[in-house]
Write a protein that binds this ligand. Structure first.
Ligand code: SF4
Length: 268
């Protein structure tokens, strides 16, 4: 049985081998490969900050589902607590967020924008709940979608312009239907970009994706993942997962298996 997380589908085609090193570490190590032996891989601040903002947003959405009032201060508190934990576990900082105190300012700004511009337009029926569906062959598709509404799916992004998430959104849509939760007519990315604190204004965008296109991309990517994992299980050869060393993420900062036996395309 192969487990496919909806969130792994979007970046998969950028470099399936990197995606496999993250998603199927157990299968790869069982075949005798070390997938993170040589990289100095430390989680980046961008993803930890994004996760912290998600935690604050989910807190607000749960309150909204329960019919309770939502406090921006509470959102900020739960987000900061999540971020503090990430800092304790080790983080690499970057040019937009150079240190934890800057991250806290950015988290607060992003949550304010979410609270004022996004939250009032969402009527959630479910948030961050685990859902799954069995696929042909007994494989599993799983997810924790940010928000399901009666006729749409919302996903919050805080990174760069979010135009590569068709497969992930399509997976959410397929899961919502398979679990009889709703029939999405719109798949929406609510985008509030993490920016340097010198920028005074952040414009949020709600970008609507086409359901049919996203579901088709999801099905195609899921099919590729299953076939590549099965080939690797049969052959034990890393080439079962195509590799793209032209990817922008082909570096020690983003790829756990760079320079290992599992991917020798770019030495560490
Ligand atoms: S080292 Fe580069 S090519 Fe190899 S898996 Fe990582 S991202 Fe892909």
């Amino acid at each position: 049985m192969i487990n496919i997380r909806a969130s792994q589908t979007s970046g998969w085609n950028d470099c399936p081998r990197r995606g496999a090193a993250r998603a199927y570490k157990d299968i790869i190590e069982k075949a005798g490969f070390e997938v993170d032996g040589k990289a100095n891989y430390v989680r980046g601040v961008a993803s930890s900050l994004g996760t912290a903002v998600h935690v604050g947003a989910a807190h607000a959405l749960r309150k909204k589902i329960d019919g309770e009032s939502v406090s921006l201060d509470d959102m900020i508190d739960v987000s900061n607590a999540d971020f503090d934990e990430a800092v304790c576990n080790g983080l690499s900082f970057d040019s937009i967020t150079g240190k934890p105190s800057v991250a806290k300012i950015q988290i607060e700004r992003l949550l304010k924008v979410y609270f004022n511009a996004i939250l009032p337009n969402i009527n959630p029926i479910m948030t961050e709940q685990f859902i799954q569906a069995e696929l042909k062959g007994g494989h599993l598709l799983t997810a924790h979608p940010d928000v399901l509404e009666i006729n749409s799916v919302h996903d919050l992004k805080t990174g760069r312009e979010p135009y590569e998430y068709h497969a992930q959104l399509g997976s959410y849509s397929l899961l919502a239907k398979a679990n009889n939760i709703c029939i999405p007519e719109k798949l929406i990315i609510d985008w509030i970009q993490r920016t340097a604190i010198s920028k005074t204004y952040i414009e949020p965008k709600s970008i609507v994706f086409n359901v049919e296109i996203c579901e088709a991309e999801a099905k195609s990517t899921i099919k590729s993942i299953i076939s590549q994992v099965k080939e690797f299980q049969d052959t034990g050869d890393p080439v079962a997962f195509p590799a793209n060393c032209m990817s922008n993420l082909c570096s020690v900062n983003y790829c756990p298996c760079i320079g290992t036996d599992f991917c020798k395309l770019k030495e560490n």
